[in-house]
Design a protein around this ligand. Structure first.
Ligand SMILES: Cc1ncc(COP(=O)(O)O)c(C=O)c1O
Length: 479
């Protein structure tokens, strides 16, 4: 399969139909034309310009394996422009029964590890390519890193960001004097547009997870980790397109082959796990996820080739655990980490890495670029998933004092009411009853259980909504 360059115009009246494969010629008069599928896989029409390979760095027919030497060379070259971030012991070690160390790469200049690869990729450009400039397509972290280091190194940068990109990240890119093109409904479209612009304007396209220099640059984080922490049993790596995982795996397995490499993805974008199953990169359905940085529909060909034989385990985590992990990071570590950066802890909290109990494990906190509004929502979801923010309905007497009695009962065990609504009109059974809906904050999961038992002992109709059944590593104050 080849890479294609898509023109943005498609002709609807072509001979394309759903049986045709993407990229196959469908117009006898125009050998460059080919069928073109849109993001969710339906044939959209013929592109008039569909020629072969425009990103010579990421050719599926000739995938490249990144070497340890390239990673050490990257480490040397980027040293002056990158922060050697701390890798400190976590306060959650006793909570989880593991000796956990946190590599805090959200403290990089642009708030993620992406600085590493972006700087190295730009430093290795020829003088002519530097002068012409670079282009990237990204929802956020890679774009910010390319813009920041381009600005520092005097390289003109264009980034294509899909219209759904967070405003804060778009703003940051503009602050670094980059040309920001807001186009494409998603990453797949933004990428096609960026590839076309690269070809038309002579820019170098830098793929955020599959460009070999990007992979090598990301691997430098592992060299730092191995210098900072002794006797590591496992390193846990958030995984999207696989660039970080590949770079880390090469560095670690070369120096310490006994250290286990664990990749973690969200259940909503498990493209690396899919690739492991199918033994090759395959398109994977993506849904909205708290770990937006990991939402890559297909892992990179070079990343796959480099990483595939070096990974010990892939873990797919549920969204609610990502929310709990973000909450734990704020509460226990005073760290603001975005969803993508918190998936490693999510896997531990969900009990998916229990084989490392009693062992030394390093979690890469890969990014901290989270919108404040999203952070607020994550914290609320985390509290709910933790069983500390509860929602329930109780049917109480509608006689004077009925609701007061309920509120007193809730207050008697120190539960705080956040919201209360009562409904008379829709209670069908009894005109002297009222249904009261309550949202309340408790200290922890066992406090919520105490509340439920207390209400059940006083009222006939009590219904808790979405109270988690059990928690692998439950809320903080129990420990
Ligand atoms: C914060 C964060 N963590 C992890 C990743 C995954 O990196 P990769 O795509 O190289 O697998 C990304 C990718 O954008 C990211 O932004």
């Amino acid at each position: 399969m080849e890479n294609y360059v898509y023109s943005s115009e498609t002709s609807e009246d072509s001979d394309c139909n759903d049986d045709m494969k993407e990229g196959f010629c469908c117009d006898a008069d125009n050998p460059n034309a080919c069928c073109h599928k849109d993001y969710n896989g339906s044939i959209r029409g013929a592109t008039s310009d569909c020629r072969v390979v425009d990103d010579p760095s990421c050719n599926p027919d000739r995938p490249l394996k990144v070497t340890f030497e390239e990673i050490t060379s990257a480490a040397y070259k980027i040293k002056s422009g990158i922060i050697n971030t701390p890798c400190s012991k976590s306060h959650m070690s006793s909570l989880t029964g593991m000796d956990i160390y946190l590599k805090k790469d959200f403290l990089q200049n642009t708030g993620s590890f992406k600085d590493r690869g972006a700087r190295y990729a730009m430093l290795t450009l020829t003088p002519e390519r530097r002068q012409k400039g670079v282009i990237a397509a990204s929802l956020g972290n890679h774009a910010q890193a390319v813009c920041y280091h381009g600005h520092q190194l005097g390289i003109p940068v264009t980034v294509v960001m899909p219209i759904i990109a967070p405003i804060m990240k778009i703003q940051k890119c503009k602050e670094y004097n980059a040309t920001v093109v807001m186009e494409g409904k998603d990453m797949a479209e933004a990428r096609k547009i960026a590839m076309k612009m690269a070809k038309d304007k002579g820019f170098t396209y830098i793929n955020g997870y599959d460009h070999p220099q990007i992979i090598a640059g990301q691997g430098t984080i592992a060299l730092e980790i191995m210098e900072q922490v002794d006797n590591i049993d496992a390193i846990v790596v958030p995984t999207g397109g696989g660039g970080l995982l590949a770079g880390v795996a090469v560095a670690v397995k070369t120096l310490h082959p006994n250290i286990k490499i664990i990749g973690v993805e969200s259940e909503r974008c498990a493209s690396f796990s899919q690739a492991m199953e199918q033994e090759k990169p395959v398109p994977t359905a993506i849904e909205g996820t708290l770990a937006d940085g990991l939402a890559v529909p297909m892992v990179g060909y070079n990343a796959w080739e480099t990483a595939k034989s070096l990974i010990d385990k892939m873990v797919v985590v549920k969204e609610e655990w990502i929310a709990v992990a973000i909450l734990r990071m704020v509460e226990l570590e005073k760290c603001v980490v975005e969803g993508a950066g918190a998936v490693g802890l999510a896997a531990i909290l969900a009990g998916q890495l229990d084989e490392f109990k009693g062992k030394r494990i390093v979690l890469i906190l890969s990014g901290g670029n989270i919108d404040t509004t999203i952070l607020g929502r994550c914290l609320e979801r985390g509290l709910a998933a933790d069983g500390r923010l509860v929602k329930f309905k109780v049917t109480v007497s509608d006689r004077p004092g009925g609701i007061l009695e309920l509120c007193k009962l809730i207050g008697s065990i120190g539960v705080s009411i956040k919201d209360v609504i009562h409904e008379r009109a829709w209670v069908t059974s009894d005109v002297f009853s009222v249904e009261v809906k309550v949202v309340a904050e408790t200290r922890d999961y066992s406090h919520s259980m105490e509340l439920r038992d207390l209400l059940n002992s006083r009222y006939k109709k009590v219904k808790f909504e979405n109270l988690p059944e059990n928690l692998a590593v439950s809320s903080t104050s129990e420990h």
